[in-house]
Design a protein around this ligand. Structure first.
Ligand code: AP5
Ligand code: MG
Length: 227
């Protein structure tokens, strides 16, 4: 890839616990930066809906709030990142989640002459996370994310964007939410130090209103990303 294209490339990894607001913010960033939002959770949910073999396997882990094995997760994301729309950059949400995934990501990007520009870490206290997850509603059609108190739709049960039906995710039961947060602390928090040591981590206060978090994220990306 030419140096001009490379200097414009933006490869962003959003880190944060379940409910921190990764999906909410990635939707805004996608529009603002003109690069795709790639969510490993959304890719798994697509496979679940289409009842693929990968979807059937992933369900057994997702329903328990456990991580899907690295090998299958890495292969799925690698395939997504190879598509042409990811050539100029991508906003990764929910991947990587383990050190092995982070190392695989470096390899995938290096093959195309890219590297991660910035890793915004959306920081939210545990007790806030559960309230966020408990009130979340997602559009079945376009994936827009709402919260019954913090970001309600104009009409209950209907998406403002596309009129689609809103639903609550199968892994948003109280027991699975707690397990997802535990798994995050056991398996994903090591990535915070991993990226801090490499000078890529920028902490964002995720307990502010959605618009403030959005403004801080954009400022962090513009200051630190290769854009
Ligand atoms: P995934 O879909 O990635 O779920 P998650 O990481 O648990 O994160 P969430 O999507 O729950 O939270 P979010 O940070 O996106 O928050 P959101 O913006 O929705 O993964 C699901 C499962 O797939 C995993 O458990 C695992 O099994 C599997 N998986 C996925 N990736 C994997 C990987 N790499 N390796 C292995 N397995 C993998 O916001 C939450 C709520 O808060 C919403 O209601 C929103 O409106 C509200 N909100 C957001 N921001 C604010 C704010 N600032 N103030 C008030 N409310 C807010
Ligand atoms: Mg999400």
């Amino acid at each position: 890839m030419g140096s001009e294209a490379q200097s414009k490339a933006k490869f962003i990894v959003l880190l944060g616990a379940p409910g921190a607001g990764k999906g909410t913010q990635a939707t805004y960033l996608e529009e603002e930066l003109g690069i795709p939002h790639v969510s490993s959770g959304d890719l798994f949910r697509e496979n679940l809906r289409e009842e693929t073999e990968l979807g059937k396997l992933a369900r057994t882990y997702m329903d328990r709030g456990e991580l899907v094995p690295d090998e299958v997760t890495i292969a799925m994301v690698k395939e997504r990142l190879a598509r042409p729309d990811c050539a100029e950059g991508v906003i990764l949400d929910g991947f990587p989640r383990t050190i092995a995934q982070a190392q695989a990501l470096d390899g995938i990007l290096a093959e195309k002459g890219h590297k991660i520009g910035v890793v915004p870490y959306i920081k939210v206290a545990d007790e806030v996370l559960l309230a966020r997850l408990a009130g979340r509603w997602t559009c079945r059609q376009c994936g827009a994310i709402y919260h019954q108190l913090f970001s309600p739709p104009k009409v209950a049960g209907r998406c403002d964007e596309c009129g689609g039906e809103l639903y609550q995710r199968a892994d948003d039961t109280p027991e699975t939410q707690r397990r997802r947060i535990e798994v995050y602390f056991q398996q994903t928090t090591p990535l915070i130090e991993h990226y801090r040591e490499r000078g890529l981590l920028v902490e964002i206060d995720g307990e502010q209103p959605i618009e403030r978090v959005r403004a801080d994220l954009l400022a962090a990306i513009r200051a630190n990303g290769r854009s």
